[in-house]
Design a protein around this ligand. Structure first.
Ligand code: PMP
Length: 277
């Protein structure tokens, strides 16, 4: 397996990054995870649009034109002959003697790897439980930065309490999962947190919104609270790696068993049809 580093394909065993990379010191960088179905990237342009936005928000310049970066990534995918899996790509600010103040003279470092990885169909079939925990992350969750400590802590806490994913809430308001967006279904309406600075605007979330508009399913970008969750019919999570996964139970700050998964299953079915078309 090859990885992308220093502007070239390199066997993974031989790849190394600098001790002084700002990604390592400060988590100063951004990333994307893109799915590949039958070797073909899914929602490719959308991911690169978000990557571009994250870069701009952090004052990170691309080291070469975006079109060339895309070609490099496709080259890696083809070389590794990924069938069903993901490509992970990240860009750190680059190498500089440790200093909070970044220099604009340094060149960002792009690295990427690919991985064969099936979609978690067992989770999609069985459903998962979520652990409700306080969202302690910073106030720019809309930027897809590699600085993920708040997410990492929440995920560990979920797992340690027998749950698959965290349900983050800021005070009473549900924001998202540790690596997923969260959707509540109540009386046939889907609710999810608005795409502001408190959540990452998921590419899968965007795609689900599009599917809902096409199918005439009411989709509201309107935040819901833990209290609202008490009367919920369904709950599901969505992300590039999970696609759509139903939630059957929430524990932690709130205890709730979800009585249904009907609309979730319908959306999952549509998603499966559309992802290959
Ligand atoms: N929220 C967070 C915090 C995430 O890390 C992710 C996964 N990147 C998502 C939502 C879902 O985003 P996407 O659908 O683009 O994978």
């Amino acid at each position: 397996q090859y990885v992308w580093i220093h502007d070239t394909l390199t066997p993974q065993e031989e790849a190394g990054v600098s001790f002084e990379d700002r990604g390592y010191y400060f988590g100063d960088g951004i990333y994307e995870v893109i799915r590949l179905y039958d070797g073909k990237p899914f929602l490719w342009e959308e991911h690169f649009e978000r990557f571009t936005r994250s870069a701009a928000e952090l004052d990170l310049p691309f080291p070469k034109p975006l079109e060339n970066i895309k070609e490099d990534m496709l080259h890696l995918i083809e070389t590794n002959k990924v069938h069903n899996g993901i490509i992970y790509m990240q860009m750190t600010r680059g190498v500089q003697e440790r200093n909070h103040l970044y220099s604009r003279e340094i060149t960002p470092v792009i690295t990427a790897f690919t991985k064969e990885e099936d979609v978690p169909s067992h989770l999609q079939e069985q459903g998962i439980s979520l652990r409700a925990v306080e969202d302690i992350r910073w106030l720019r969750c809309d930027i897809k930065t590699i600085n993920l400590l708040g997410n990492v802590m929440a995920k560990r806490s979920a797992e340690d309490n027998g749950c698959h994913e965290a349900l983050l809430h800021r005070g009473p308001t549900v924001t998202e999962g540790s690596s997923t967006n969260v959707f509540m279904v109540k009386n046939g309406v889907i609710y999810t947190h608005p795409a502001d600075n408190y959540i990452l605007k998921g590419i899968t979330r965007q795609f689900i919104q599009k599917l809902c508009i096409e199918k005439g399913i009411p989709f509201k970008e309107s935040a819901f609270t833990l209290e609202d969750l008490r009367g919920a019919d369904e709950l599901f999570i969505a992300s590039t790696s999970h696609e759509i996964v139903p939630v059957h139970r929430v524990s932690g700050t709130i205890e709730k068993t979800l009585p249904s998964r009907e609309l979730t299953d319908e959306l999952q079915k549509t998603f499966q049809e559309r992802k290959l078309s």
